[in-house]
Design a protein around this ligand. Sequence first.
Ligand code: AMP
Length: 194
Amino acid sequence: MKHIRSLCVLCGSREGFDPVHREAASRLGKLIVERDMRLVYGAGSIGLMGVIADAVLSAGGEVVGVIPDFLIRYEVGHRQLTNLVVTDSMHDRKRLMFEMADAFVVLPGGLGTLDETFELITWRQLRLHDSPIVIFDVAGYWKPLLKLIDAVVATGFADPATTDLFAVARSPEEVLQRLAEAAQPKEQVLTSHL
Ligand code: AMP
């Protein structure tokens, strides 16, 4: 495994109703600093985005935020980050976050998080990157998504090895463990449209 220096976390611009999500984001933030990694994320100060950035900063860690100009106001751009990169578009934001990270973790989130997650997974399938992706299934939040992916495979619209493109973890400690042992996807799933 290559050493993970820079971890991109995708997560909601809301916190959800159950405090378990906030708690999980905060614990993951502390672990990121303990393992000497920097956080790359979408630069917001609200929702789980703000929670994880604050957790990393208050543990003395490094946080790089990437946000398009027009969103600074809506997502209340975080003002205390180690480094804030402002882009012209959502596409540039995603591209930059992806380029700056060695690995990705998906925390609970909304439609924006879903968009980013599927792009990450499908880009790995297309060999546009080969960085580990871990879905952090806090309190079963991502179960319906995982079930949907299983149904897509079961109905013949994706290769069974599609699930090798990401790992699933249920605690912050397990997230780090899954990142460390991240498997290489099987050849059959890569560019499986061919
Ligand atoms: P959400 O999960 O909807 O709370 O959004 C999480 C993050 O995803 C926020 O920083 C949003 O700006 C971002 N986001 C929202 N829509 C999109 C999209 N279509 N593509 C990429 N990112 C998005």
